[in-house]
Ligand binder design. Structure first.
Ligand code: IDP
Ligand code: MG
Length: 139
Protein backbone atom coordinates (compact mmCIF):
# COMPACT_ATOMS: atom_id res chain seq x y z
CA UNK A 1 0.00 0.00 0.00
CA UNK A 2 1.49 3.30 -1.05
CA UNK A 3 -1.49 5.42 -0.08
CA UNK A 4 -2.52 7.03 3.17
CA UNK A 5 -5.45 9.05 4.49
CA UNK A 6 -4.70 12.53 5.73
CA UNK A 7 -7.16 14.73 7.61
CA UNK A 8 -6.78 18.40 8.39
CA UNK A 9 -8.78 18.43 11.62
CA UNK A 10 -11.32 21.13 12.62
CA UNK A 11 -8.65 23.12 14.49
CA UNK A 12 -6.36 23.11 11.44
CA UNK A 13 -9.16 24.37 9.18
CA UNK A 14 -10.08 27.04 11.78
CA UNK A 15 -6.42 28.15 11.96
CA UNK A 16 -6.27 28.56 8.17
CA UNK A 17 -3.36 26.18 7.72
CA UNK A 18 -4.91 24.07 4.92
CA UNK A 19 -2.46 25.59 2.45
CA UNK A 20 0.51 25.05 4.77
CA UNK A 21 -0.31 21.36 5.17
CA UNK A 22 -0.81 20.90 1.42
CA UNK A 23 2.47 22.69 0.72
CA UNK A 24 4.36 20.32 3.02
CA UNK A 25 2.79 17.30 1.34
CA UNK A 26 3.54 18.53 -2.18
CA UNK A 27 7.07 19.66 -1.41
CA UNK A 28 7.99 16.23 -0.02
CA UNK A 29 7.47 14.14 -3.15
CA UNK A 30 3.95 13.11 -2.10
CA UNK A 31 0.94 13.49 -4.40
CA UNK A 32 -2.63 14.35 -3.45
CA UNK A 33 -4.88 12.01 -5.44
CA UNK A 34 -8.24 12.82 -3.76
CA UNK A 35 -9.45 15.69 -1.59
CA UNK A 36 -12.65 17.15 -0.14
CA UNK A 37 -14.00 19.26 2.71
CA UNK A 38 -16.84 17.96 4.86
CA UNK A 39 -18.15 17.95 8.43
CA UNK A 40 -18.60 14.60 10.17
CA UNK A 41 -21.51 13.82 12.44
CA UNK A 42 -20.70 12.55 15.94
CA UNK A 43 -21.67 9.04 14.80
CA UNK A 44 -19.36 9.23 11.78
CA UNK A 45 -16.50 10.42 14.00
CA UNK A 46 -17.15 7.51 16.39
CA UNK A 47 -17.01 5.09 13.45
CA UNK A 48 -13.79 6.60 12.17
CA UNK A 49 -12.06 6.38 15.58
CA UNK A 50 -13.68 3.07 16.64
CA UNK A 51 -10.23 1.61 17.46
CA UNK A 52 -10.01 4.17 20.28
CA UNK A 53 -13.46 3.58 21.79
CA UNK A 54 -12.09 2.30 25.10
CA UNK A 55 -9.77 5.30 25.56
CA UNK A 56 -10.67 7.95 28.14
CA UNK A 57 -10.42 10.67 25.48
CA UNK A 58 -12.80 8.98 22.99
CA UNK A 59 -15.90 11.08 23.74
CA UNK A 60 -14.00 14.36 23.71
CA UNK A 61 -12.04 13.39 20.57
CA UNK A 62 -15.16 12.47 18.60
CA UNK A 63 -16.97 15.66 19.73
CA UNK A 64 -13.95 17.63 18.52
CA UNK A 65 -13.73 15.81 15.18
CA UNK A 66 -17.42 16.54 14.53
CA UNK A 67 -17.18 20.16 15.68
CA UNK A 68 -16.36 21.74 12.33
CA UNK A 69 -15.31 21.14 8.75
CA UNK A 70 -12.32 18.94 7.98
CA UNK A 71 -10.27 18.37 4.82
CA UNK A 72 -9.76 14.73 3.92
CA UNK A 73 -7.13 13.72 1.39
CA UNK A 74 -5.70 10.57 -0.09
CA UNK A 75 -1.95 10.91 -0.51
CA UNK A 76 0.26 8.69 -2.59
CA UNK A 77 4.00 8.23 -2.69
CA UNK A 78 6.94 6.05 -1.80
CA UNK A 79 6.77 5.01 1.87
CA UNK A 80 3.87 7.47 2.25
CA UNK A 81 2.49 6.20 5.57
CA UNK A 82 5.75 6.67 7.49
CA UNK A 83 6.74 9.73 5.53
CA UNK A 84 3.49 11.59 6.21
CA UNK A 85 3.56 10.63 9.91
CA UNK A 86 7.07 12.06 10.01
CA UNK A 87 5.81 15.32 8.49
CA UNK A 88 2.99 15.40 11.09
CA UNK A 89 5.20 14.86 14.14
CA UNK A 90 4.37 13.17 17.46
CA UNK A 91 0.76 13.02 18.70
CA UNK A 92 1.69 15.37 21.55
CA UNK A 93 2.91 18.60 19.93
CA UNK A 94 5.21 19.16 22.92
CA UNK A 95 7.14 16.04 21.92
CA UNK A 96 7.00 16.68 18.17
CA UNK A 97 10.25 17.34 16.30
CA UNK A 98 11.13 20.81 15.06
CA UNK A 99 9.68 21.65 11.68
CA UNK A 100 6.78 19.17 11.88
CA UNK A 101 3.18 20.22 11.29
CA UNK A 102 2.15 19.52 14.88
CA UNK A 103 5.17 21.29 16.35
CA UNK A 104 4.48 24.34 14.22
CA UNK A 105 0.68 24.57 14.51
CA UNK A 106 -0.76 22.39 17.33
CA UNK A 107 -1.47 23.81 20.76
CA UNK A 108 -3.20 20.84 22.38
CA UNK A 109 -2.66 17.05 22.54
CA UNK A 110 -6.19 16.50 21.21
CA UNK A 111 -6.45 19.43 18.82
CA UNK A 112 -3.32 18.53 16.92
CA UNK A 113 -4.16 19.77 13.41
CA UNK A 114 -3.71 16.59 11.38
CA UNK A 115 -4.40 12.87 11.17
CA UNK A 116 -2.47 10.27 9.18
CA UNK A 117 -3.10 6.53 8.89
CA UNK A 118 -0.65 4.39 10.88
CA UNK A 119 -0.52 1.15 8.83
CA UNK A 120 -1.55 -0.23 5.42
CA UNK A 121 -4.58 -1.88 7.05
CA UNK A 122 -5.82 1.31 8.70
CA UNK A 123 -5.08 3.29 5.51
CA UNK A 124 -7.31 0.92 3.50
CA UNK A 125 -10.14 1.24 6.05
CA UNK A 126 -9.79 5.01 6.41
CA UNK A 127 -9.58 5.77 2.67
CA UNK A 128 -12.71 3.68 2.03
CA UNK A 129 -14.45 5.48 4.91
CA UNK A 130 -14.40 8.74 2.93
CA UNK A 131 -13.84 7.95 -0.76
CA UNK A 132 -15.17 5.57 -3.37
CA UNK A 133 -12.90 4.39 -6.18
CA UNK A 134 -14.31 6.94 -8.68
CA UNK A 135 -13.24 9.82 -6.41
CA UNK A 136 -9.57 8.81 -6.39
CA UNK A 137 -7.47 10.01 -9.30
CA UNK A 138 -4.60 8.08 -10.82
CA UNK A 139 -1.76 10.45 -11.55
P1 IDP B 1 -2.10 9.83 16.20
O1 IDP B 1 -3.13 10.81 15.67
O2 IDP B 1 -0.75 10.49 16.35
O3 IDP B 1 -2.04 8.55 15.42
P2 IDP B 1 -3.51 8.32 18.27
O4 IDP B 1 -2.86 7.71 19.46
O5 IDP B 1 -3.98 7.43 17.19
O6 IDP B 1 -2.53 9.46 17.70
O7 IDP B 1 -4.74 9.17 18.83
C1 IDP B 1 -5.74 9.66 17.95
C2 IDP B 1 -6.03 11.10 18.31
O8 IDP B 1 -6.62 11.14 19.62
C3 IDP B 1 -4.81 12.03 18.43
O9 IDP B 1 -4.38 12.54 17.19
C4 IDP B 1 -5.36 13.12 19.32
O10 IDP B 1 -6.21 14.00 18.60
C5 IDP B 1 -6.21 12.31 20.30
N1 IDP B 1 -5.46 11.91 21.50
C6 IDP B 1 -4.48 10.99 21.60
N2 IDP B 1 -4.00 10.88 22.85
C7 IDP B 1 -4.73 11.77 23.57
C8 IDP B 1 -4.72 12.15 24.96
O11 IDP B 1 -3.97 11.62 25.79
N3 IDP B 1 -5.62 13.11 25.32
C9 IDP B 1 -6.48 13.71 24.45
N4 IDP B 1 -6.52 13.38 23.14
C10 IDP B 1 -5.65 12.44 22.71
MG1 MG C 1 -3.56 7.11 15.17
Amino acid sequence: MKRTLSIIKPDGVAKDVIGEVIKRIESNQLKIIAMKMLQMTKTQAEGFYAVHKERPFFDSLTDFMASGPIVVMVIEGKNVIDKYRELMGATNFEEAAEGTIRKDFATDIEKNVVHGSDSPETAAFEIAYFFNTFEIASR
